[in-house]
Ligand binder design. Structure first.
Ligand code: SF4
Length: 465
């Protein structure tokens, strides 16, 4: 079967051209988050110091990951959790299913976990007859739309309240004209509550896992992870190996950075610590690799594992803000998606590294100092080295390289273009063969080249130009 290659250019065009509302709203809402992030970061004098510390702790942990993961597993087991190990998505999903099947659980509630998204766990469990309900409002909206999250912190950010009113009218029977966020929220609460009470298991992810104590920490703004962990008798947590931090004292640094970077707020409303099962309950932890150890071995890309999934790089990215997250067709979108997705499948995601201006804003805002734009550039190089660059682009760039690398050829081409461009008919310039002019007007050539001007006005005797 032919492999599906993500066509991000077309997907983005579809998002932008759907109407005159969505792209503008998306851009505005994310930019607001970026502005709030800047304001709150600037109010903390030690902000840069915090970032440096966070980056160093993550790099240290990743360099000793085997030790810290084992210590975490040992301490979590001592506190009564059952620890499982999953090499990949398939193993992860089968472990979850086996736990549920042994206990005859047919309904679960879950709080947002990008790792579970990565493993496509919901569709796997649904194919086995298990009903899965998302407890996070944004995630539930995406679930009812049959869509994955469009942003790692704000999953339904691509939707307007009008979209949500229409969706709820179709799926949970509300009034399609009622666009009041409070009443939409209330309607969903009433719809979801019985499912929460019936669920035989609650699933969460983890934002941080502390090796020293075997504790994991989940940050939410709705307290939904706490419902999943507190109501059903069984709690299953999926934890990627990169979530480990060494000590409790390290946690404060990340907590101070996370919510401020994500939404410009001082902290998430709920920062819940789970150490062992609750009384009369069961806790299962699935420590999952799913490609992370391979990434750890990639010299140019291993620091992407430092990511704490705050989404700040997405909020600041001028390309992401306009193209929307779903256009990346990958679990992770925006700048972080560009550097993570190719580690799963370079051929499928080969166009993603070109979906960036390389302006560097993502690297600037990243609270754990990942050199994101540098890694995007390195992925571009790898796309070329692996032979994945489309031939038309490859030959065009080769030709450009040859012209720019030979001054005489450059001058001849320049003189030719100067004469030819004004007489080339519009139907050739504005044709599908020239994607550059699909969104812009063709520039006109200047009357004089810079070189001619320089020779006339600045050139001195011994100046070889
Ligand atoms: S790469 Fe940095 S800015 Fe982007 S989500 Fe991860 S931690 Fe946040």
């Amino acid at each position: 079967m032919k492999k599906k290659i993500v066509n991000i250019e077309k997907n983005s065009a579809d998002f932008i051209n759907q109407d005159n509302i969505h792209e503008k709203e998306h851009d505005k809402n994310l930019w607001n988050a970026r502005v709030k992030r800047d304001r709150i970061a600037q109010s903390i004098p030690e902000w840069e110091e915090l970032k440096e510390l966070a980056s160093k702790i993550k790099e240290h942990t990743l360099s000793h990951l085997d030790e810290y993961v084992s210590t975490f597993a040992e301490n979590a087991s001592k506190r009564g959790a059952v620890v499982h190990w999953a090499r990949d998505a398939q193993e992860h999903n089968e472990i979850v299913y086996n736990i549920l099947q042994e206990r005859k659980v047919t309904e679960i509630i879950k709080s947002k976990s990008m790792l579970q998204e990565e493993c496509e766990m919901t569709s796997f469990l649904e194919s086995k007859g298990i009903e899965v309900t998302e407890s996070d409002l944004g995630e539930r909206i995406q679930q009812l739309s049959h869509q994955p999250p469009a942003h790692i912190v704000m999953p339904a950010i691509e939707k307007t309240t009008e979209d949500i009113a229409q969706l709820f009218a179709k799926t949970i029977g509300t009034d399609p004209n009622d666009t009041d966020p409070h009443s939409l929220n209330e309607a969903m609460r009433n719809n979801a509550r019985p499912k929460f009470l019936r669920a035989g298991a609650g699933m969460t992810g983890a934002n941080f896992a502390i090796a020293e104590t075997g504790t994991f920490v989940v940050c939410t703004n709705e307290g939904n992870a706490d419902i999943g962990a507190a109501v059903p008798p069984l709690h299953i947590a999926s934890i990627g190996i990169e979530k480990i931090i060494p000590k409790v004292e390290d946690l404060g640094i990340f907590i101070r950075l996370l919510s401020r970077s994500a939404l410009g707020t001082p902290a998430t409303q709920y920062t819940s610590h789970f150490t062992g099962p609750r009384k009369n309950g069961e806790l299962h932890i699935i420590i999952t690799d799913n490609g992370r150890s391979t990434r750890l071995g990639m010299e140019d890309f291993w620091t992407s594992l430092k990511c704490i999934r705050c989404g700040a790089c997405m909020n600041t990215c001028p390309v992401y803000r306009r193209s929307g997250g779903l256009s990346y067709e990958s679990t992770y979108s925006g700048p972080i998606g560009i550097i993570l997705s190719p580690t799963f499948d370079l051929e499928k995601y080969k166009e993603l590294p070109y979906h960036s201006t390389l302006c560097g804003s993502c690297s600037d805002v990243c609270p754990v100092k990942i050199d994101i734009s540098n890694q995007i550039y390195k992925w571009r190089k790898l796309v070329v080295d692996k032979g994945y660059m489309p031939s038309n682009r490859k030959y065009a760039l080769k030709a450009a390289g040859a012209v720019l690398g030979h001054p005489h050829l450059f001058r001849t081409t320049e003189a030719f273009a100067e004469k030819a461009l004004p007489i080339v008919p519009d139907f050739l310039i504005y044709s599908s063969l020239n994607p550059w002019t699909q969104e812009r007007k063709m520039f006109s050539m200047a009357k004089n080249t810079f070189r001619d001007w320089y020779i006339k006005n600045r050139k001195e005797k011994n100046d070889k130009y």
